[in-house]
Every structure is written in C-alpha cells, then in structure tokens.
Design a protein around this ligand. Structure first.
Ligand SMILES: [Zn+2]
Length: 299
C-alpha cells in the first residue's frame, strides 16, 4: 500500500489538534463495488465512512467511471479494490486521482485460472465467493485499516475476528445443504463463469455460457456448447446472475427442458431493501437458490 503526502499531512494536522483522536470518525474508505464495501463496513465499524464507486446492481467488469465518481473519492483515505482483472477500469481511474492510497484485497489468495475465452489462463477474479478467500479479504482489510489508522487497530482486529466467525457460521449450513443434493446432480450452470471458487468449495461441477462479463456474452456458439453439456449430463437446472441479460440462460433451459433456476448474486449486492443487501446474504441467497433449483424444491 502506498502512503501519501496527503495522508501524512492529514495525520499531522489531526495530531496537532488537542482532544481530537488521530483519525477516529474521519476515515473515508472507497471501494470499487458493493460486495467489498460491505466487507469493509463490517471490519471498520464506526470508524470509517465506506462508499462504493459502482452502485448496487451495476455491471462491474467493464464499468465506465464518470467524472463525478472521481470527485466522490478524491478525498478518500483509502480505496479498496479486488484486482485479479475484475475491475478493468480501475488502474486508469486510480491514475486520475491525486495520490489516494489503494489496497488490493485479493492479495494472498490462491487464484483459479480462467479456462476459456480471451481471458484464458488469467486468474478468475471472483475469489470472494470462497469462504476461505473471504477470510483472507477480511484480514487484508483489517491490516489496511490498521495501517492508516493504528489507534483503532484493536477495534479492527476484534471486528475482523467477529466477522470471520459470522462468515463461517453462514457457510457451514450452506455446505451441508449442497451435500444433500445427489452427487450426479451437483451442477452449477450459469451465465458468467463467476462461480469457480464456490463450485470448488462446495463440490459442484461447473459450466457457464461465457467466462467473463467483459468478454463476448451469449453468442450462439456459447449457447450451443452449454446446451450440449446440460443434455449430456442431464443437468436439472440452469441459472443466471443479477447483473446481466438472462435470455441466453433461459434459452438453454427452454431447449434442454432443464429448469430455469433463477437469479444468482455474485458481482453486486442489491439495494438495502432488496434480497441481498449484504455479502453474507449474497452467499446465502445464491447458495439456497442453487439448492432449490437443483432439487426442484421451492419452484
Ligand atoms: Zn463477474
């Protein structure tokens, strides 16, 4: 992480003011998308204002930042981003900011390579869909916050431990629910190949229409290949994500007789009054939708 003159100047000023804790209540943390904004909020607690550059429901890979986005984060103390080629727009965006420190929270995870398309061989960016990786994300957030705000390091450490326990408590029953599905029906067929980490952790076989939303999406060849996979393996259901066009997945369902299992959440939270206002709800709703789709319960 870069430490900047802006930050040091701010720290010196804050320390010079009697009765004013160095940074408490004054931190502003920006994130590139809503999922990691929620993670940062859980670790920061009351000690930071957290904003997401992209809005709930936004397509985040090929997002086009606006001048207003730049203005909104110019005064941030830290920008948290995913990396692994998720936010293709971010490095240019960061370059247009005046020395705002940034941290890449996927640092230290074990990436799964993308197996097709123009991103073949590059790491799959959707690492937050693995609980083990989420623990790494939380530790990286804790360390980044503690670096810029050491006075509250103990609070960040405590919040991080509590949040990691909640992630584990959320994942364990979901893993158990997946295990109730007959093994030959444990397939996760989606629009984007965004579930490689989830599929690996939960023992699901994976197929998808396109590897990355930033690539070609829903070509006739992609649709035909998934139709073949669904037919050959008698896959019970296909799914699609909240941030993309669901028509190609519905076409696969129609042509194969598989169930259309509904919408999965991966790249974005919903609005606060929607179905997945938090990361933990995103994991829970997505996994429960998969179980319900594959077993035919709730449809
Ligand atoms: Zn994605």
């Amino acid at each position: 992480m870069r430490k900047t003159p802006k930050f040091l100047a701010g720290l010196a000023l804050a320390m010079a003011l009697p009765g004013h804790a160095a940074t408490a209540d004054d931190l502003k943390v920006a994130t590139t998308f809503t999922v990691i904004a929620d993670m940062v909020r859980n670790v920061a607690g009351a000690h930071a204002e957290v904003v997401s550059i992209t809005r709930p429901g936004a397509e985040i890979h090929g997002y086009s930042p606006t001048p207003r986005d730049l203005v909104a984060v110019q005064d941030a103390d830290l920008i948290v981003w995913n990396g692994l080629n998720l936010e293709l727009w971010f490095e240019q965006f960061l370059g247009n900011l005046d020395d705002v420190p940034s941290v890449r929270i996927s640092e230290g995870i074990d990436p799964i390579p993308i197996s097709a398309g123009s991103y073949e061989g590059l790491p799959n960016p959707h690492a937050w869909m693995s609980a083990d990786n989420a623990m790494v994300y939380v530790d990286n957030i804790r360390d980044a916050l503690s670096d810029i705000d050491p006075d509250n390091a103990a609070a960040y450490a405590e919040n991080a431990e509590r949040y990691k326990q909640r992630i584990a408590d959320t994942i364990d029953p979901l893993r158990a629910a997946i295990a109730t599905i007959p093994e030959d029906q444990r397939w996760l067929v989606t629009c984007e190949g965004a579930f490689s980490y989830l599929a690996r952790d939960f023992g699901l076989q994976e197929a998808y229409l396109w590897p990355m939303n930033a690539d070609q999406t829903g070509t006739p060849q992609q649709v035909r290949a998934v139709i073949d996979t669904v037919r050959a393996n008698d896959v019970p259901a296909v799914f699609c994500e909240s941030t993309v066009n669901t028509d190609p997945a519905r076409q696969v369902a129609r042509e194969t007789g598989a169930r259309y299992g509904g919408v999965l959440y991966v790249d974005s939270l919903s609005e606060t009054d929607g179905p997945v206002p938090t990361y933990l709800e995103l994991l829970r709703v997505t996994t429960e939708t998969v179980v319900a789709g594959l077993t035919g319960e709730g449809s």
